[in-house]
Design a binder for this molecule. Structure first.
Ligand code: SF4
Ligand code: SF3
Length: 540
């Protein structure tokens, strides 16, 4: 196997024996093949001039397939094998309708069983592109497309789609097979991927806020009550909505974990008395937190950590693109309805969660809420009460070096404000950093996709202060990444013209030296140092 798509890749260069995430070589190979057949479908769509408006079911399967291959989303060999077979069927049917000349191997290959799949996968993975820079740029785009697919799927679950996002996905996937593209053309493609990253995040923002209302300042309980309960993790709000509807009046409480925390900020979910609070921290702490939670856990997306005991595994359910062998997977019917009764019944038989912390945290600072506070924020900047903003969104992860972010947040001067989104916030959202004239010093906009909100806020401030360039704002970008959704967020920021982004805790292993140089020279991308060094640098 070879995989280097996430921040925790072995030795910073690539997982070759088994994934640090727990992905085994079979899953890795099947995921490679799934991406490959998805590229084959893209080839047919692009070369055959297929109108994406006519193939809505195929669009959906394409984004689901990409989503399945995101880090920590799906470890289930059988589910991935099924998806490969489904995609080959879709590809063949489409190719029969739109004959294309000289089809690429990804359009024509056939495999009839697991063995043949594993054999085929040997030649289609990341390392099948020999030139290191071309490989780096192809993968950078593919990881961006995976992140985009995840966000597109959440929007689609709510009922919103943008055909231009699908069109672009097909175009870019097909370009990753094109040996005639120069490095410059691939760099241009990367920025275009960022452009569609902005589009898809705007689409999801629109979907979430039109269905569930605008996130608002909210105090979220982090303690527990004495009822049986279900923990819901991942990013999909439609799954949460259905779970809340189905648990209403059953005596079973619902808590959020990890990236589901920001659901509490939406007005629509406040009406549920059994929606109690957030339990625990970022994804990687599930190995201990799921033990003490006691009740069943529903994964709607990544990040799953392979459970250490059978007892915990038996309490885990998956849905959507997520999956884990031995865990019950709940599928939607044709109308998108999911039956969560098995989870609810299990919860009733299990003890209430053990309390691991108490108190509350405050969030809900997505663009609408911050813009409502704009006068206060602008005044604070004008009077010098706020000297600088630090965008510290992104992902959290297991690496020891990530304590940098806690230390950095703790040491920031009292006249600075942190803007955050994504699970990176767990490194500092419980530090009690205080407020500036009533404005909390950590403003949490929401999930990683809500990084869009941070961009909207920056653009608004630029307008209010009458600046020409977004980079003239007193904002420092110190972003943490882990998986591919952070890649699309990064590319989106680059597309918006944001310069000098610091990316940590380590730079991506998939950036070749030359590609890293392009990012450094054109966009000022840099890594991080120690918290003390960086504070001097950023505040200077
Ligand atoms: Fe390794 Fe990350 Fe790939 Fe998992 S997703 S195999 S940890 S690079
Ligand atoms: Fe976290 Fe997995 Fe990326 Fe959505 S839950 S930010 S890592």
């Amino acid at each position: 196997m070879f995989c280097y798509q996430c921040q925790e890749t072995a030795k910073g260069t690539g997982c070759t024996k088994v994934g640090v995430c727990g992905k085994n070589p079979t899953v890795a190979a099947l995921q490679d093949l799934l991406v490959y057949v998805t590229k084959g479908i893209a080839e047919v769509v692009v070369k055959g001039n297929v109108d994406v408006a006519e193939i809505s079911n195929i669009n959906k399967e394409v984004i689901t397939s990409l989503f399945i291959t995101i880090t920590n989303a799906n470890f289930d060999e059988a589910a991935i094998e099924n998806q490969i077979n489904k995609m080959i069927g879709i590809r063949n049917e489409l190719a029969r309708k739109v004959n294309i000349s000289n089809p690429h191997d990804s359009v024509t290959f056939e495999v009839s069983n697991r063995e043949e799949m594993l054999e085929k996968a040997k030649n289609v993975g990341v390392l099948s592109t020999e030139n290191e820079d071309v490989r780096s740029l192809r993968e950078l785009n593919i990881y961006g497309l995976k992140g985009m697919a995840a966000y597109a799927e959440h929007a689609l679950n709510i009922g919103l789609e943008d055909n231009s996002v699908y069109e672009y996905t097909y175009k870019a996937l097909s370009k990753t097979l094109d040996d005639s593209l120069s490095v410059d053309e691939l760099v241009a493609l990367t920025l275009e991927t960022g452009e569609y990253g902005v589009k898809v995040m705007a689409l999801l923002d629109n979907a979430n806020t039109s269905k569930y209302g605008n996130p608002e300042i909210t105090t979220v309980n982090i303690g527990t009550r004495n009822n049986p309960a279900i923990l819901i993790s991942g990013h999909d709000l439609t799954d949460l909505e259905q779970l809340l509807e189905q648990t209403k009046g059953t005596g079973v409480d619902v808590y959020t974990h990890g990236e589901m925390l920001p659901a509490h900020y939406y007005p629509a979910f406040k009406k549920y008395d059994n929606f109690v609070g957030n339990y625990g921290n970022a994804w990687w702490q599930q190995t201990t937190e799921f033990v003490t939670f006691n009740g069943p856990i529903l994964f709607t997306t990544n990040c799953i950590v392979p459970p250490k005991s059978e007892e915990v595994r038996n309490r885990i359910f998956t849905t959507g693109a997520s999956g884990y062998p031995g865990c019950q997977h709940i599928v939607a019917d044709e109308d998108g309805k999911k039956d969560f009764s098995a989870i609810i019944e299990m919860a009733k038989t299990l003890p209430a969660p053990q309390e691991i912390e108490s108190g509350s945290i405050v969030g809900g600072f997505a663009h609408n809420q911050v813009i409502e506070l704009a006068d206060q924020v602008v005044d604070a900047v004008k009077t010098g009460a706020i000297k600088k903003f630090f965008v510290m969104g992104g992902c959290d992860g297991r690496m020891k070096g990530r304590s940098y972010y806690t230390e950095f947040a703790e040491k920031l001067p009292k006249d600075t404000v942190i803007l955050t989104a994504g699970c990176a916030k767990y490194r500092y959202n419980k530090l009690n950093l205080g407020d500036i004239n009533g404005i909390p010093r950590v403003l949490d906009a929401g999930q990683c996709n809500d990084s869009y909100s941070l961009a909207v806020i920056a653009l608004k401030l630029k307008e209010v202060f009458g600046l020409e360039d977004i980079n003239e704002l007193p904002i420092v970008y110190n972003i943490a990444w882990y998986e591919q959704k952070a890649v699309i967020v990064l590319l989106a920021l680059l597309y918006l013209g944001v310069k000098n982004i610091h990316l940590g805790p380590t730079l991506p292993g998939f950036l070749s030296a030359n590609v890293a140089n392009v990012l450094v020279e054109n966009f000022g991308i840099a890594g991080i140092g120690t918290a003390d060094e960086d504070l001097v640098k950023f505040l200077g």
